[in-house]
Ligand binder design. Structure first.
Ligand SMILES: [Zn+2]
Length: 341
């Protein structure tokens, strides 16, 4: 196992962010301004969401007590549909969607960044789709899966690391996760042969550079103990754009109750606060999600082929709306805090 630091010293392709922010283990006390009632925070989340981030609101706010509230039962052929209807897309000059078709919550996203010195993937879908769709999507987009060099796994749930072991074995792709998330993966009861072997460790605040792209990582616990959120660069004509990805979403918390549940909401809230600041500072004007329903992938990708997309890419929503995405999640977490305080 090698850490990013080891690679930094050896290969020179990695660099540390100028300001390293140490990961805060355990929630901090809340400020008075972070309070408010459940209803106040629902309202704040609803307003931040607007129509654009409404699916995110719906996946979080109604579920502060019951992780399955409002879930639509998935038909038997939902997995088949998510795989068969999947369509890859070129979103920016070197950013590609290679994930599943929406609409079911089990449908997951995978993203490929062609850095010029290799392909970096963000997430690898489910075990039934990852080994099929990623290679297929890359080939459709004229990319060679042999060039997959690194895989960032936002968090260690099976719908995001499902194809990681396959790609690790087949292409010797390097897998990156936070230390807490590698530990979390080790506890996952899935067959060890389906899990990626422990590889590179993402450190909070670190910047990873490859070819034309740079990726800054934020360890944002909340959905899981070591969820990683990322802000990275893409090429868009003469411009370099910043794209933000919130690495986890739901309030599952693995059946936590009482004080433990309250602490998860606090942790989630604080991670969101930090990632919002990072988004503001970076000027990111694009948000991509780890499930296609959350960022309206299918609708945006369909709009990419319309003539109007030549003047305005539907994925560019502006920094305020990217911040609003995380604000929606954060305000739902604040509602959870109010409910369990
Ligand atoms: Zn998850």
């Amino acid at each position: 196992m090698k850490s990013l630091h080891a690679i930094t010293n050896r290969g020179g392709k990695f660099a540390l962010a100028a300001s390293m922010v140490s990961l805060v283990f355990g929630p901090l006390p809340l400020k008075a301004a972070e309070g408010g009632s459940v209803a106040d925070n629902f309202k704040k989340a609803f307003e931040a969401a607007g129509t654009e981030h409404f699916n995110l609101y719906n996946m979080l706010c109604p579920r502060i007590e019951n992780a399955n509230a409002g879930k639509i039962a998935q038909p038997d052929d939902a997995r088949k549909e998510s795989i068969e209807k999947a369509a890859s897309a070129k979103v920016f000059d070197n950013l590609y969607y290679v994930g599943e078709y929406a609409f079911w919550e089990s449908s997951a996203s995978a993203w490929a960044i062609d850095t010029g010195e290799g392909i970096v993937l963000i997430d690898t879908l489910n075990p039934d789709s990852g080994p099929i769709l990623i290679e297929k999507g890359l080939r459709e987009q004229g990319l060679d899966p042999n060039n997959i060099k690194y895989i960032i796994v936002g968090h260690a749930h099976g719908d995001h690391y499902g194809g990681a072991r396959y790609l690790q074995d087949k292409y010797s792709a390097r897998i990156m996760m936070s230390d807490a998330e590698w530990d979390f993966l080790a506890k996952d009861k899935r067959d060890p042969d389906q899990k990626p072997r422990k590889d590179m460790v993402i450190k909070d605040g670190e910047t990873f550079r490859l070819g034309s792209a740079s990726f800054t990582f934020y360890v944002t616990p909340g959905h899981t103990p070591g969820t990683v959120s990322t802000i990275f660069t893409v090429k868009d004509g003469p411009k370099e754009r910043k794209v933000a990805q919130w690495g986890g979403t739901g309030f599952g918390f693995n059946g936590a109750e009482g004080e433990e549940k309250l602490n998860w909401f606090k942790t989630y809230f604080q991670s969101a606060e930090r990632f919002k600041s990072a988004i503001k500072e970076s000027g990111a004007d694009v948000v991509i999600a780890n499930h296609p329903g959350l960022d309206n992938t299918i609708e945006k990708n369909a709009a990419l082929s319309q003539p109007s997309a030549r003047d305005s890419n539907p994925w560019v929503i502006g920094n305020d709306r990217v911040v609003a995405y995380v604000q929606t999640a954060q305000s739902c977490a604040a509602a959870g805090l109010a409910a369990y305080r």
